[in-house]
Write a protein that binds this ligand. Sequence first.
Ligand code: L34
Length: 286
Amino acid sequence: MAALINGKEVSAKVRESVRLETEEFKKRTGVTPGLAVILVGDDPASKIYVGNKKKACLEEGFNSFEHILPESTTETELLELIKKLNADPAVHGILCQLPLPKHINERAVIEAISPEKDVDAFHPQNVGRIMTGNYKFLPCTPAGIMELIHSTGISVSGKRCTVVGRSNIVGKPMAMLLLHENGTVNICHSKTADLKAECLRADILVAAVGKAKLITEDMVKEGAVVIDVGMNRNEQGKLCGDVDFENVSKKASFITPVPGGVGPMTIAMLMRNTLTAAKTAAGEIS
Ligand code: L34
């Protein structure tokens, strides 16, 4: 039976260290870290995530600037707002919650955010820095997953790591972070010929597709570490991941639950990145 990787517990530790560092930083500099979060439209899941981010900001002692815009917002209007936030010295981090409505070009929005305030690390300049290993921010979800893996005491070095999903937000950067820690990394996707065989080889398996119960027991190696990034709703509207938790947990050595696994870590790492952005703006980090 697998041990549970408790994302709530691990994230609480990260959040507490950010809170204490923030207290010191404010005393030293008189600056309060500020995070601007933009939400366009009224996707119910996005509303929950953005609400959790605001709550986290307040608990850390940050300023939270929320911009809730209607679905009808034009790309030009959104880019104007980002321009204003880029120029606002009270704002150290800017995050535009994805997905955006179809009429807005996601890439244009991501590229409009100043790389220094890009606490998601989605801007091509920050993505490039991650590729070369010379980065200030790591994308929140993959960085949070690395913390969860570290919490197991298992070293990534030399392990076979399979990442299922190749999104710019999770799959691709996740593979890079595992590679940085000397994992032997394999990225799978919808065109992978034999997903089961690829997964069965994995010592560390990360599922980030968005398909409930995609990963079943027969696809998991005995003793593997299983990380579930999925955020799906089942027929009853209940939150569930990409992994068949009940059966896979009989085989894995460690497994993350949904909720209470990766989600809270995404938020904790966002808090850490925002503090880093504020410290950088204050000249404490070059
Ligand atoms: N720009 N867009 C941008 N940055 C991000 O880092 C995100 N992401 C993803 C979606 N769009 C984004 C998030 O914030 C996913 N995500 C996210 C954040 C928090 C939670 C889940 C996903 C979260 O709080 N999850 C809780 C359960 C929440 C619920 O009840 O629905 C959990 O325990 O997993």
